[in-house]
Design a protein around this ligand. Structure first.
Ligand code: DGJ
Length: 737
């Protein structure tokens, strides 16, 4: 008798309860995040606001009954469930190649004889109550026993999130090729939906776009490995819903730093299917007998507090569960980065001089960017040869680092480990390590080629030089850049099967180098970068502590970029610098630049050699202010109060979890004539959110006074900035009773 049959025969209602989960900020306690019922066998993943219900049909198929709001589901009868199952017979939780193609497949495989159709049947399940995060595992098996597929669900009740992934095991005696293995497939109730997602390009990352999901499908996919044009995050809401802080939203993000795909398809029944995972384009994975493959995690969520509620849930989750443990709870330091000031022309004397002024204004971490290594005069040479350039640093890096450490600042360094310039010793020794197609002239971009990180010898070479560099020098911070995408994804010398696995092996080896760094240098702080914000995803964020958001440091553009970034990712990962760049010829003031950069992890990139007393005083003041409020920015709950997309203004508030303290940022992009544009037709107040209505708050920084939370959340706070490119900042502290 199978586990399944014996389970059904037992005929008892089983309640497998798990520990109580509670978050004062967001959810209510949940006593039973995972429950299992019988007659019919069903699984409920319950969070504060949502219920995901799966059930087993009489022929052993696993189907999805519900993805959505919790109320309304509780206390349903078995008869109701039976009706839902027959209505949702085709709503397979893990659709596969084979059967009627109503849904896009989560899994597509090819057997040695070319057979492709499979049928999955429920076999058993496991509820892991004792683990820190409650987890449900449902084991399915191909009807003839050739494949095992385990669906994993890890539930975070307090943040209304579920991590979903799958493990596929080859139980046959022959090779099986995985043509597609997505992390999960979800089916949302019948409705008209819009998709909100993040698009862009270099210098213009994280644009918020909204599009109707009409009949047919909408696919977001990255075939390469840079994400400027699309971020692996989505939010779906009923068409017509507009409120930032109210309304049902289904959202998710993928933890994978390579080729990914998110599919949104209206089913023939008018429901919406969402499938997310590794992109199967130009990628296969071959499983020998007994081998298995695990997909990356797709994090999915549901709440009824609109995009604002969705963002806060993701922010909490990323800060507490995704980011590397070491710096998870730590405040990020104020850094100086020399790139915009010096580009490639770095030297010991010049960096130490910059560091002196940086120290004066309150910088805690001094970072030398590109240009420090062998042969790196410009972007034509050097990548691959990771030893200090002897002309620029005849004494090596240590004397400079010591001088900076003596000023009581940590030192950080830029690297780009996945790349090689044809003009480098590394390329001359190992031309075959670079991705290229035999017989074709290699496709260069920024005069560089991508190393084939899928090769274990490339992974090992990289781990070795990084280890040596960090062991021999007191480097506390590494900025890991990635300035071009993959092309010519060929692997000379590998078997055709292995060559098709290149993209996946590449990412796995990348993660393994990150892991090695984390293990060998536990106190290291890592910053991810890809020619700006081209590699921001939950996979990367589980290894790096923060990311460079965009090469565009124009403060007005940054207001939009940061607004988009905040939809998915938290402010303690969003690195933001003041620089001298003036992409729009608008001569924004230094103060405005600071106020925009202070809404994330503050950095300074100006050429400090040009600064006089006035700039130094402004910078000192602003850095000191940032240090007073950065715990709110980096750890508080964000409410986006005014969208720059809808007006010429923008406003944000970051509120401490206990609501005792908050900081408001107000930005004027343009200040049009009174009454001529939407912004000036609106109220001259900004309505605050997230405060304690019963508490009184005292203002400081750019305003003074004491008002109650209730007043500030109904009448609002005066709109303070006047004129184009102006910003104001107000801190609100609860007055002791
Ligand atoms: C691109 C990055 O986004 C910049 O911040 C800088 O590090 C350059 N690369 C250096 O080449």
């Amino acid at each position: 008798m199978s586990d399944f049959t014996s389970f059904l025969r037992s005929g008892v209602f089983l309640l497998l309860a798990v520990q109580t989960q509670f978050s004062p900020a967001l959810g209510q306690p949940i006593d039973q995040p995972i429950t299992v019922g019988s007659n019919p066998l069903r699984f409920t993943l319950q969070t504060a606001s949502s219920a995901t219900v799966l059930a087993v049909t009489d022929d052993g198929s696993l189907v999805t009954i519900r993805e959505g709001a919790a109320p309304g589901y509780r206390n349903q009868t078995s008869e109701w469930m039976t009706r839902q199952i027959s209505a949702g017979r085709n709503r397979l939780t893990a659709p596969v190649m084979g059967g009627f193609p109503m849904l896009s497949a989560q899994l597509e495989t090819r057997f040695h004889d070319g057979t492709r159709g499979i049928r999955l049947r429920y076999r058993s399940h496991e509820v892991l109550n004792a683990s820190e995060v409650p987890e449900l595992r449902i084991s399915l098996e191909e009807e003839q026993g050739s494949l095992g597929v385990t669906l994993h669900f890890r539930v975070y009740p307090e943040w209304d999130l579920v991590e979903r992934w799958a493990r596929i095991e080859n139980r046959s005696e022959r090779t099986v090729v995985i043509e597609k293995a997505a992390s999960s497939s979800l089916v949302l109730p019948r409705d008209e939906y819009d998709l909100v997602h993040l698009t862009g390009r270099w210098g213009q990352e994280f644009n918020v776009e909204r599009t109707a999901l009409t009949g047919g499908s909408k696919v977001l996919e990255v075939r390469g490995m840079r994400f400027h044009h699309l971020s692996p995050w989505y939010l779906v809401r009923p068409s017509g819903d507009d409120d930032e802080e109210a309304g049902r939203v289904w959202f998710g993000a993928l933890a994978w730093s390579g080729n990914w795909k998110l599919e949104f398809e209206k089913t023939p029944e008018g429901e919406l299917q969402i499938v997310g995972g590794i992109n199967s384009w130009d990628t296969e994975w071959t499983l020998g007998a007994g081998q298995s493959f695990e997909t990356p995690v797709l994090v999915t969520g549901f709440c009824e507090q609109g995009p604002g509620g969705a963002s806060r849930r993701m922010h909490h989750f990323i800060r507490r569960h995704i980011l590397p443990i070491k710096a998870r709870g730590e405040i990020r330091p104020v850094l100086y980065n020399s790139w915009y000031a010096t580009t490639f022309g770095v030297s010991e004397e010049q960096q130490v001089a910059l560091a002196r002024t940086a120290k004066q204004i309150g910088v805690e971490l001094f970072v030398m960017d590109d240009g420090w290594f062998k042969g790196r005069k410009d972007d034509h040479a050097g990548l691959g040869d990771w030893t200090p350039d002897e002309e620029k640093f005849p004494r090596g890096l240590n004397p400079m680092i010591s001088a900076i450490n003596e000023m009581e600042m940590d030192f950080g360094l830029w690297v780009e480990p996945e790349m090689v310039n044809p003009d480098s010793d590394l390329y001359r020794a190992h031309p075959d390590w670079a991705l290229q197609t035999p017989g074709l002239k290699p496709l260069e971009s920024r005069n560089q080629l991508v190393l084939n990180f899928a090769r274990d010898e490339v992974r090992d070479y990289t781990a070795t030089w990084l280890n040596k560099l960090l062991s021999e020098n007191s480097i506390k911070f590494v900025k890991w850049d990635f300035n071009r995408d993959l092309a010519e994804v060929d692997w000379t010398g590998a078997s055709p099967e292995t060559a098709r696995e290149l993209r996946i092996r590449y990412v796995k080896n990348l993660y393994s180098v990150y892991q090695g760094l984390r293990k060998d240098f536990p106190s290291l702080l890592l910053e991810g970068c890809a020619g700006g914000g081209g590699r921001v995803d939950l996979g990367t964020l589980s290894y790096v502590d923060q990311v460079w958001t965009s090469d565009n440091t124009n403060p007005s553009d940054r207001i939009f970029i940061q607004y988009g970034f905040s939809q998915a990712y938290p402010a303690n990962t969003m690195v933001s610098w003041t620089t001298d760049d003036d992409w729009r010829n608008a001569r924004p003031s230094l103060e405005y630049r600071f106020r925009v950069a202070m809404a994330g992890v503050l950095g300074i990139g100006n050429d400090l050699r040009d600064w006089g007393e006035e700039e130094i005083e402004i910078a000192k003041r602003e850095v000191a202010r940032y240090k007073e409020i950065r715990h709110l920015v980096q750890w508080g709950d964000l409410y986006r109060l005014v969208s720059p997309i809808e007006s010429d203004r923008s406003a944000l508030i970051y509120v401490a979890e206990d609501r005792s303290d908050a900081v408001v940022f107000m930005y004027n992009l343009q200040d049009p004539l009174l009454g001529t544009r939407s912004a000036t037709r609106e109220s001259t107040q900004v309505i605050l959110r997230g405060l304690d209505p019963d508490a009184d708050y005292r203002f400081s920084l750019d305003s003074e006074g004491v008002y109650s939370g209730a007043t500030l959340m109904t009448n609002g706070l005066d709109w303070l900035p006047r004129g184009d490119y102006q910003a104001r900042m107000v801190r609100l502290e609860r007055v002791a009773e």
